[in-house]
Design a protein around this ligand. Structure first.
Ligand SMILES: [Zn+2]
Length: 331
């Protein structure tokens, strides 16, 4: 196993190990995303990234951030092997909804003379396509995305989409250019956190707003307590909570305007639980007919309910939303 690194956010060397992963176990966990990918390809890809056959997940005693050690993001080989992009980016999400409402409100208040928006990891443009042209013109929106499918979908909307890391956007021309920056379900995948946050500060206008959504830490911890692991390095390499965001805000000169946890998603949580516990249920997702898929799932939810009552009741807690969202403002 590798040496444990200091916290990538606050630099503390004090932390508690939450999980240990060996590369072979990680391969089996990652295969939940794509059962068809070859074990050897995944194993060599993961071990090449880590430079060893293991990884820790550590929670910092000072700022409370949980992070993978080594803190190394998955590369394009790994993402391409695991994700069929056309399948993954489709739905409107809770975090899109609250961000859009907040942006519309801020624009009505005339906070800036002109409005420009940057979305990092924009998927297939599901969020940006809902921004009314009367509020922000498509020419004032910039997005980044690594998937070829996502990029072409966004370009079809008349919105610029480039394949670039945050640091590569930091040209003089983009300095303090954006009134709004959005990162939905992206931060937990990124390494070099200092570079990420400094880049956000560089790109954001004074008094500009950042909207970040990441998985809800409470949800992840609750699932781990019953043996279901969803934060798997090198795909998810950090886990955030209100305290770690507060530390980041302080360090990079931002103010926390708002922090929210998604309302509980009982049926979604119960389905996640069942597909982990009864592996064969994953095969239902391979069925092409959506109505048959839903009907089988609903039937199984009911049949298996009494057998899993002890765990199922955990999913009914109000903190059991899947995502958390934070609104930060540059001071
Ligand atoms: Zn820390």
């Amino acid at each position: 196993m590798p040496q444990i690194i200091n916290c990538p956010l606050c630099g503390s060397k004090y932390g508690e190990i939450q999980n240990k992963y060996c590369s072979k176990d990680v391969v089996l966990l990652l295969k939940r995303n794509n059962r068809r990918v070859e074990n050897d390809l995944l194993l060599s890809s993961v071990e090449n990234l880590w430079g060893t056959d293991g990884c820790y997940f550590v929670q910092c005693a000072e700022c409370s951030l949980s992070y993978a050690s080594p803190l190394i993001s998955g590369d394009s080989t790994l993402y391409k092997a695991l994700y069929d992009n056309s399948k993954y980016y489709k739905k409107w999400k809770w975090e899109y909804d609250i961000t859009l409402k907040k942006i519309l409100l801020l624009c009505k208040q005339n906070s800036f003379t002109s409005y420009t928006l940057l979305e990092i990891g924009a998927g297939n443009g599901q969020f940006v396509k809902k921004i009314p042209n009367s509020i922000i013109l498509p020419k004032n929106i910039l997005t980044t995305e690594f998937s070829i499918f996502g990029k072409s979908e966004i370009n079809r909307l008349g919105i610029e989409c480039i394949e670039a890391k945050l640091i590569n956007l930091c040209s003089l021309e983009n300095k303090e250019k954006f009134a709004f920056i959005c990162m939905f379900q992206v931060l937990e995948h990124l390494d070099e956190l200092d570079q990420v946050f400094n880049s956000l500060s560089f790109l954001l206008k004074p008094k500009g707003h950042i909207f970040i959504a990441v998985p809800n830490n409470y949800h992840r911890e609750m699932f781990e307590s019953i043996g279901i692991i969803e934060d798997i390095p090198p795909i998810h390499i950090s886990r955030w909570n209100k305290k770690s965001f507060t530390f980041a805000a302080y360090k990079y000169g931002w103010e926390i305007v708002d922090h929210k946890i998604e309302h509980k998603r009982f049926i979604k949580n119960y389905l996640i639980y069942l597909t982990h516990k009864y592996k064969m249920l994953n095969r239902i997702n391979d069925l092409h007919n959506r109505f048959i898929r839903i009907a089988i799932k609903m039937l199984l939810l009911m049949i298996l309910f009494p057998l899993n009552l002890k765990h199922v009741m955990l999913f009914n807690k109000k903190e059991m939303g899947i995502a958390q969202w934070i609104h930060l403002q540059k001071t």
